[in-house]
Design a protein around this ligand. Structure first.
Ligand code: NZQ
Ligand code: ZN
Length: 389
């Protein structure tokens, strides 16, 4: 096991009705905030009205900025930064999914600097401070509600890039599983796939003696595999949503990578796909992850076989762990399909004509490799994308 420091400071308020506390949680930090949200789901669900009522009750005033798109855009971030600076806002309140939260984090960094916040996304410098962010989560998926990450797409060049900083842990996140009842089935599938991906990125590691966190990750994966069909069958199954929502937060709050070194190549490759083609992150991962696995499984057959046996209930065959490993990958693909997702680029309507461009962008012109389990150069990424065809 590697040395590690673990501290996740995000205060979680979990359960029915918890959004009614958003006013008091916000007021603790500021009485004048930016209320940031997406394309309207919070209005049709009634959440918007409840959040406003709670803010009013706590004496918090706000400026609104809606319209965050999935794969959140840099242009709206700039608008948010302008509003935050002009009105001297003290907190960015994100009500929505990972896209809204990531956009809020970008605004929080940009509001306290004179320069261009995009520089951080391009690896030029790191944030030294940020406004506090609070969240009311409406979809279990990205884990941004208690992560250090923000992922933004810049329309100039359609680059989708991330920043990770401990300054970006939300100060509080409100998780009411009922808020997920209104999710379309496609978003449910994408969210579950993203959570699975956060677990698999951590699971496939070269660090030995990590059996404790192996078991925690396996348990979290099994939870998703068991609970996802229940919410797809009955979108109002509170108990199943509660399991998925809490699993989604834990999957990405850094607890499960303590002492390990995760991979993250599949995420980097997927960001190139959703950057160019604007597909949902989870839908892209359902395509990239199995292809990545087919490319790297030889590197550690035993780890793949262990995953297949413990997570997917494949029968162990000590004389043929290769077949066991491949069966695990097949079951992952079958799981995605059972939720209605495709597992090939063609299923996303993507042809092979920009594979070279994606591999090139992902490695910045082959100047660096991607991933830790097996470091991948431009050629390797091309191969993986071909396996996804
Ligand atoms: O915009 P609205 O109208 O709210 O609709 C959204 C959106 O269309 C809808 N939705 C959300 N909650 C709903 C709902 N519809 C009905 N009822 C509800 N309760 O779902 C759609 C997708 O929302 P989005 O926020 O884009 O989804 P998600 O949470 O999956 O976030 C995806 C983004 O997060 C990034 C991804 O790359 C992607 O850009 N990620 C962020 C990470 C992080 N910050 O740590 C890590 C992840 O790996 C990921 O890369
Ligand atoms: Zn993800």
């Amino acid at each position: 096991m590697e040395n590690f420091v673990f501290q996740n400071p995000t205060k979680i308020l979990f359960g029915r009705g918890m959004e009614d506390h958003v006013g008091e949680e916000t007021a603790f930090y500021s009485k004048k905030v930016l209320l940031h949200y997406g394309g309207g789901s919070i209005k049709s669900s009634g959440l918007y009205d409840r959040v406003m009522a709670s803010l009013k009750k706590a004496g918090v005033s706000w400026i609104e900025l809606g319209g965050v798109k999935p794969n959140p855009r840099f242009s709206l971030v700039q608008e948010g930064i302008r509003l935050a600076k002009e009105n001297q806002l003290g907190l960015i309140l994100a009500v929505g999914g990972g896209s809204v939260i990531d956009s809020a984090k970008a605004i929080a960094m940009g509001a306290v600097i004179d320069g261009n916040v995009w520089d951080f996304y391009m690896g030029k410098g790191a944030p030294q401070s940020a406004l506090p962010v609070g969240t009311v989560l409406t979809i279990p998926a990205a884990g941004s509600e208690s992560s250090t990450g923000t992922v933004i797409t810049n329309e100039e060049g359609w680059l989708k890039r991330s920043v990770n900083s401990e300054l970006l842990y939300p100060r509080f996140s409100i998780l009411n599983p009922e808020l997920a009842f209104s999710l379309p089935k496609f978003q449910v599938a994408c969210g579950v796939t993203d959570i699975m991906a956060h677990l698999m990125e951590r699971y496939f590691t070269n660090v030995p003696h990590v059996s404790f966190t192996d078991r925690l990750i396996e348990a979290t994966m099994k939870t998703l595999i068991n609970q996802a069909p229940l919410v797809l069958e009955d979108p109002r199954n509170y108990d199943a949503w509660a399991e998925i929502m809490w699993a989604g937060t834990i999957a990405h709050n850094n607890l499960l990578n303590t002492g390990r070194i995760g991979d993250w190549a599949s995420h980097d490759i997927e960001h190139e796909i959703s950057g160019i083609y604007d597909v949902a992150h989870g839908a892209g991962l359902a395509v990239v992850f199995p292809a990545w696995m087919k490319y790297v499984w030889h590197h550690d057959v035993n780890r793949f076989a262990q995953w297949a046996v413990r997570v997917w209930n494949v029968d162990m065959d000590v004389f043929n762990p290769e077949a066991v490993a491949l069966q695990g990958i097949a079951r992952l693909e079958a799981f995605s399909k059972s939720m209605g997702l495709g597992t090939r680029l063609a299923d996303l309507g993507i042809k092979d004509d920009r594979i070279d461009e994606m591999a090139d962008k992902c490695t910045n012109g082959n100047t660096h490799t991607v991933g830790n389990f097996v470091p991948l150069d431009r050629n390797a990424i091309r191969e993986i994308l071909r396996l996804a065809e």
